[in-house]
Design a protein. Structure first.
Length: 219
């Protein structure tokens, strides 16, 4: 099998032109169940073919990530924000099923309104730009709760990225940050942002410098 992608907790292999295998160290059956529900609701998540233990076989999406296109300058910062906010808006119209957890990493995700499906890892690396439009992948963190929290987590993830590590000039970094971050922050709430930092800090795979950057922005 050809390794075509790897993250902090999983690896993705190409099975053929239409299918990939994501191999993880955690059970994928709940994630697969949610993705199937989302597909029935018309949300652009990959089709699931099989899920057993840590193995998830799903549709192979063809296209670049939103992150790659943004960093290369082929997608403008404002358009990046449009895509992210558009996916949040579509997702948050979907009522959370009763079996989806409403707490994660010691954080209560419920709010005043009805519980919606939250992705909790919605950032440009997890958006694939296909010919049929943007698709959202990696549903391992999904939960039920308040949409503001999902938006806040996206902001914390993005603000924690060290764009200088990509070799970008200072003016390009400033353009990326000012074109995306304020709109995500405005869509969240201050309370949700504080909770999102606590949620991210509880992730054992997170570098503390990512949290420090988010705290500096909030100060």
């Amino acid at each position: 099998m050809e390794l075509i992608g790897a993250g902090r907790a999983s690896r993705v292999f190409a099975l053929d032109a239409d299918r990939v295998l994501r191999r993880s160290g955690f059970d994928t059956e709940g994630e697969a169940r949610l993705m199937r529900l989302l597909r029935r609701e018309g949300f652009p998540a990959p089709e699931v073919f099989d899920a057993r233990g840590g193995d998830l076989v799903m549709e192979r999406l063809h296209g670049p990530t939103l992150a790659a296109e943004m960093l290369a300058g082929r997608v403008a910062p404002a358009e990046t924000a449009d895509v992210l906010l558009g996916l949040h808006e579509r997702l948050h119209r979907i009522d959370a099923p009763p079996w989806l957890p409403s707490a994660s990493r010691g954080v209560d995700l419920t709010g005043d309104g009805p519980a919606r499906v939250l992705h909790l890892d919605l950032h440009p690396e997890n958006v694939i730009l296909t010919e049929a439009g943007p698709h959202l992948v990696d549903w391992a963190n999904a939960a039920a709760g308040a949409p503001a929290f999902d938006l806040a987590v996206s902001w914390v993830i993005l603000v924690g990225v060290d764009l200088a590590a990509y070799g970008l000039p200072a003016e390009r970094i400033e353009s990326l940050r000012t074109g995306t971050l304020p709109r995500l922050r405005e869509a969240a709430t201050e309370a949700a942002l504080a909770e999102a930092i606590r949620y991210r800090r509880a992730d054992p795979n997170i570098d503390e410098s990512e949290i420090d950057r988010a705290l500096n922005e909030l100060a």
